[in-house]
Design a protein around this ligand. Structure first.
Ligand code: AGP
Length: 615
């Protein structure tokens, strides 16, 4: 998952590109580079392995001046993370450069073809075949856009590409093939931007367009012209006014983006709810869902498809929708769904949950649904992202930019979105009456304040982290609607502290996992006062009987579990449907503090990227 930033306009390109790459570094960061066309017409390139700070050092040693350029941070797919594999890649003349996000699946065949024609290669990357193809086609056409178009039509696999050349130094040629992640066009005043994600250019403009699959755009300082890969002109893509401010895309007073985003959850959830529920009647309105009462009543099944944290959010959604709307729900991994020959028809709603809106496995599941004529919807955070564009309807998380690789506020806001959806469906089907809706509305109104009380105990979570940071394995247990909480809590710990952790339905312990319990295996469990509380109490006893350590998430005043656990975390009482939102926050902070204590790179955990746009 790489990061791309491009600029063309009256200002110096280099600082704009470097600042944009800095804001994209969470996406993929084992090398970085940039290319700028200088006043003398030469294409100057600077590249280095490692963090962006290394590239900044190369630029400081040899500054480059110019008004058009492109930059790239790399998350290696083909070839080790070295300087010579870093983008941009140049053709043999040095006058054409390319940066790419994605994979050229047929790059070996293309590379062999080009080598047989006398082209030499200087990297291990698949990207280098793109720039050599553009170069070969430019020699034949002497037209950069046409050369790029011909080259792109030879590629198999998802790719987002930007081409820059001193042959035609007044334009960037930009293209998107398949689900290679977003390609955003930023519309400035007498200047234009290209980026693979909004935060890279948000401080320059909020007016953004998105390329669709097989779009090619020619970007000049005065605007953008769109074409398909057959060379036909196509209507301009719509310009979205992004409701995020640059400050929200910056860390501010927090040490890490993840920490900031955990503490933003009360305000994020307030924004998620805003304008969608009448707090007097409890009536829910979801304008962009495009699912009227008749369509709701025609539904026989909802299939939720998602990956990672978003998948665990979907597991919570199953409880919410089945209990409040009485529609059967199945939940599946995006990466599994299209390979299991799913049973789909026009009475199925396929609901994607995806923060980025660009996760290739989740997008593929939406494609599968559309192929079967099923309705689709997306719960998504990034405005205008691919999932939002291809779905029949959307419910935005409205969480603001989530930069930290470990997803936090997207998880809790997507659960609130699913509660709103469950209420809406129940109301449209006539199975959720006004008094139940009003009770839920008042619970939602209190949720941000309750979350604030959970966050106020941060020092306690930090102390717990120091106590438990040196263990090598953890078990997370939950039951019912908090079984997914256990899964998500375990994932948070795994992905940022690199400690092995498993989330299990508590009832499964006796079927195997209990063999793992001893004094070296802490168990974190959710034991709030719900209809499975007694079962969780016996779970605590089973773990303690085997010398296991127990950290229990409980409600205030709990005595039974608190008397047996080694440590307790109190979260305010709430209606059962909202307990996953409250119970997960201490687990987010426990993981965060353990990771910080262990010295992990919290916002850029090893091997991970914020949005996975490769299979
Ligand atoms: C969660 O902390 C991870 N970053 C990862 O599991 C993530 O949730 C998953 O890749 C799905 O991303 P999406 O919500 O953008 O589709």
């Amino acid at each position: 998952m790489c990061g791309i930033v491009g600029y063309i306009g009256p200002r110096a390109a280099t600082p704009i590109i470097l600042e944009g790459l800095q804001r994209l570094e969470y996406r993929g960061y084992d090398s970085a580079g940039l290319a700028v066309i200088e006043a003398n017409g030469r294409v100057a390139v600077r590249r280095d392995a490692g963090k962006l700070s290394n590239l900044r050092a190369r630029v400081a040693e040899a500054p480059i001046e110019g008004h058009i350029g492109v930059g790239h941070t790399r998350w290696a797919t083909h070839g080790p993370p070295t300087a010579y594999n870093a983008h941009p890649h140049r053709d043999h003349t040095g006058r054409i450069v390319v940066v790419q996000n994605g994979i050229v699946e047929n790059f070996l065949a293309l590379r062999n073809e080009l080598m047989a024609q006398g082209y030499e290669f200087h990297s291990d990357t698949d990207t280098e075949v793109i720039v050599q193809l553009v170069s070969r086609e430019f020699d034949r056409t002497e037209d950069l856009a046409e050369a790029a178009r011909r080259a792109l039509n030879l590629l198999h696999g998802p790719s987002a590409v930007v081409v820059l050349s001193s042959h035609e130094p007044d334009k960037l040629v930009v293209a998107r093939l398949g689900n290679a992640g977003a390609v955003v066009i930023g519309h400035g005043d007498g200047e234009m931007f290209v980026a693979s994600d909004i935060p890279a250019i948000l401080q320059h403009t909020r007016r953004m367009s998105y390329l669709e699959n097989r779009d090619m755009a020619i970007v000049t300082r005065d605007g953008v012209a769109y074409y398909d890969l057959d060379g036909q002109s196509i209507p301009p893509r719509p310009i979205h006014d992004i409701p995020w401010d640059p400050v929200s895309a910056a860390k501010g007073r927090y040490r890490h983006f993840m920490q900031k985003e955990i503490f933003e959850q009360p305000s994020a959830i307030t924004d998620t709810i805003r304008g969608r529920i009448d707090f007097v009647t409890g009536q829910v309105t979801l304008r962009e869902l495009n699912l009227d009462a008749e369509a709701v009543r025609s539904l026989h099944k909802i299939t939720i498809v998602a990956c990672g944290t978003s998948f665990y959010s979907g597991l919570v959604g199953k409880f919410l929708i089945e209990n409040l709307a009485r529609i059967p729900v199945e939940v599946d991994y995006g990466s599994e769904y299209r390979y299991r020959n799913p049973i789909l028809d026009e009475h199925t709603l396929v609901l994607a949950i995806t923060q980025s809106g660009e996760t290739v496995d989740t997008l593929a599941a939406l494609d599968e649904a559309k192929r079967h004529g099923s309705r689709t919807a997306a719960i998504v955070n990034v405005v205008g992202s691919q999932a939002a564009r291809v779905s029949d309807g959307v419910i935005y998380m409205q969480a603001g930019p989530e930069i930290g690789v470990a997803s936090t506020k997207a998880y809790t806001t997507s659960i609130v979105d699913q509660l709103l959806l469950a209420m809406y469906l129940g109301q449209q089907r006539g199975v959720l009456d006004e008094s139940a809706s009003q009770a839920l509305a008042s619970e939602l109104a209190m949720l941000p304040d309750k979350l604030g009380r959970v966050l106020a105990q941060d020092d306690h979570y930090r102390e717990l982290a120091v106590t438990y940071a040196n263990y090598h394995n953890f078990l997370y247990l939950g039951r019912g609607i908090n079984y997914p909480t256990a899964r998500e809590g375990a994932l948070k710990l795994k992905e940022i502290s690199y400690i092995h952790a498993e989330g299990y339905p508590a009832g499964e312990m006796k079927h195997g996992p209990i063999a793992l319990i001893d004094e070296n295996m802490p168990t974190v469990l959710v034991a709030v006062q719900d209809h499975v509380y007694d079962k969780m109490l016996s779970q605590v006893e089973q773990v303690k009987a085997r010398n296991g350590k127990v950290i229990a998430v409980v409600n205030p005043g709990d005595r039974a579990v608190a008397a047996k656990a080694d440590a307790i975390i109190e979260v305010p009482r709430a209606i059962e449907w909202l307990t996953p939102v409250l119970a997960v926050v201490p687990l987010q902070l426990l993981a965060y503090h353990i990771a910080v204590w262990r010295g992990s790179d919290v916002d850029q955990p090893r091997n991970l990227a914020k949005s996975v746009t490769v299979e």
